[in-house]
Every structure is written in structure tokens, then in C-alpha cells.
Design a protein around this ligand. Structure first.
Ligand SMILES: CC(C)(COP(=O)(O)OP(=O)(O)OC[C@H]1O[C@@H](n2cnc3c(N)ncnc32)[C@H](O)[C@@H]1OP(=O)(O)O)[C@@H](O)C(=O)NCCC(=O)NCCS
Length: 219
């Protein structure tokens, strides 16, 4: 599913269920040693998806550690992203020679909990959500915006090494094209010296009770 939102050079693998009793991969046990069962399961399954995706790119299996801000640490020459929510886990990877960065996110297709919308929207976004809701009332646009922003952050962080808050980017969403653009409202200087991130583009999809979003940053 999520692969349809990404360029063809990206390898994505997903799972709708966990394998009963699957143990953490050697070298990753400590990352979930103190985690509750639901967290352990989502972690183990998503990491397995990631290894399968890396295998398709020609990388031998190995532990995928987490960095200081919880970002997955990919093998040299690889960019990627991981997501999990109830009933869905996925990982997507690509060669840095094909893509500068990517972020993926999955959410249940439900309205955001009471009060959250106000904390994740900025500037014209409340108006945008009202407009979208009038035109397409079956989509939970507030959750879609939230997911799109999480995808933006997952692509942003590895490229900049900096935090990006929900108030630091303003989204526009195209309901017909299934796409969105995040206009970055803060300094977008990249750690790798690449073109500053002033705008990130992504795609979205609602299917099987899920909202899926994906951002890719071209080279
Ligand atoms: C990091 C964050 C986006 C993850 O969201 P989540 O609700 O836990 O959602 P998911 O389950 O889909 O994603 C979790 C995965 O994101 C990845 N991730 C976590 N931190 C990350 C970071 N700094 N950079 C890139 N990827 C990151 C990890 O792979 C993690 O899974 P893992 O711990 O099993 O490896 C969220 O916790 C967060 O901090 N959001 C605030 C920042 C933000 O979204 N800003 C909006 C900017 S417009």
C-alpha cells in the first residue's frame, strides 16, 4: 500500500499482523528490553519489514539501531523510514544515490482526539480542514494532516539533525491528487550541505481503515 505513495526506487515492506512470539533481532534486544508487549511487537515486526526491504536493496541482515532522537540508523548509503500503528507496520528504504530522504507514517482513519487539532495546526490550516471537510466529509482530514506532518518530521530530522514542531510547517493538501506540500516556516538548512528544506512534498492514501502518508526528498 505505502509503496504506491513513493517513487519506484523506494523499497517498502509492510505487515498487517505480528508473528506470534517473534523475538527481537540480535543486537536490538536492549532497544525494547523495558518496553510493554504492544511496543515490543510493533518494534519487532517493523524491524523485520525493514530488514526485508534492505535485503531487496542488497544489504545483508543486521541490527537496525536507534539514534539519539529515536531515528532508525540505516546502513551507510541508505535512507529510510519506519511506521507502526494498530494493525499496520511498515518500513521503506532507498539508496542515497536515488533519494535524499524519506518519511512514512500510518494512522487509524479516525478523528484526532478532542483538543489535539488545535495543537497540531498553524496559520491557515484550520480553514483548510474546514474546507476539505465540506468537500469530502468521509475523510478525517485532521488525522491526515497530523500523519502528513509526522511523515515530514521523519524525513526532516535525518537531513537537518533538528527538531521541527507541528507549528513549524504549514500544509496544503490536494484532495484530488492525493498529495500534500509542507511549507517550512523555520530555517531549513541541511546538515549535509544540500539544498535547504523550504518545502517538502508528499502523498497520502486512505485504505483499509488507515491513513498512510509518505514524504520523499529528491536528490
Ligand atoms: C517521531 C514521531 C514523528 C514518531 O511518531 P509515532 O507516533 O511514534 O509514530 P510511528 O509509530 O509512525 O513512528 C515511529 C517511528 O518513527 C521513527 N522515528 C522516531 N524518531 C525519529 C526521528 N527523529 N527521525 C526519523 N524517524 C524517527 C522510528 O523508526 C520510530 O519507530 P521505532 O522506534 O520502532 O524505530 C513522533 O513521536 C514525534 O516526535 N512527533 C513530533 C514531531 C513532529 O511530528 N513534527 C511535525 C513537523 S511538521
Amino acid at each position: 500500500m505505502i509503496e504506491t505513495l513513493l517513487p519506484p526506487t523506494v523499497v517498502a515492506v509492510h505487515a498487517f499482523a505480528d508473528l506470534p512470539g517473534e523475538a527481537p533481532y540480535p543486537g536490538e534486544q536492549d532497544l525494547v528490553a523495558k518496553a510493554v508487549e504492544t511496543r515490543r511487537r510493533e518494534f519487532v515486526t517493523a524491524r523485520r519489514c525493514a530488514r526485508e526491504a534492505l535485503d531487496k536493496l542488497g544489504h545483508p541482515p543486521g541490527p537496525i539501531r536507534s539514534g539519539p532522537r529515536r531515528e532508525p540508523v540505516w546502513p551507510a548509503g541508505v535512507v529510510g523510514s519506519i511506521t507502526h500503528c494498530a494493525g499496520y507496520r511498515a518500513a521503506a528504504v532507498a539508496r542515497v544515490t536515488d533519494l535524499a530522504g524519506l518519511g512514512i507514517d500510518a494512522e487509524p482513519h479516525d478523528a484526532l482526539p478532542e483538543g489535539v487539532r488545535e495543537t497540531v495546526t498553524v496559520a491557515g490550516e484550520p480553514d483548510l480542514l474546514r474546507r476539505l471537510g465540506r468537500g469530502h466529509p468521509t475523510v478525517h482530514w485532521d488525522r491526515l494532516l497530523f500523519s502528513a506532518k509526522e511523515s515530514v518530521y521523519k524525513a526532516w530530522y535525518p537531513l537537518t539533525g533538528r527538531w521541527l514542531g507541528f507549528e513549524d510547517a504549514e500544509l496544503s493538501i490536494d484532495p484530488a491528487a492525493g498529495s500534500f506540500t509542507a511549507r517550512v516556516l523555520v530555517d531549513g538548512t541541511r546538515a549535509d550541505g544540500g539544498r535547504p528544506l523550504t518545502e517538502l512534498r508528499g502523498r497520502w492514501l486512505v485504505a483499509r481503515g488507515l491513513i498512510l502518508t509518505a514524504v520523499s526528498v529528491p536528490r
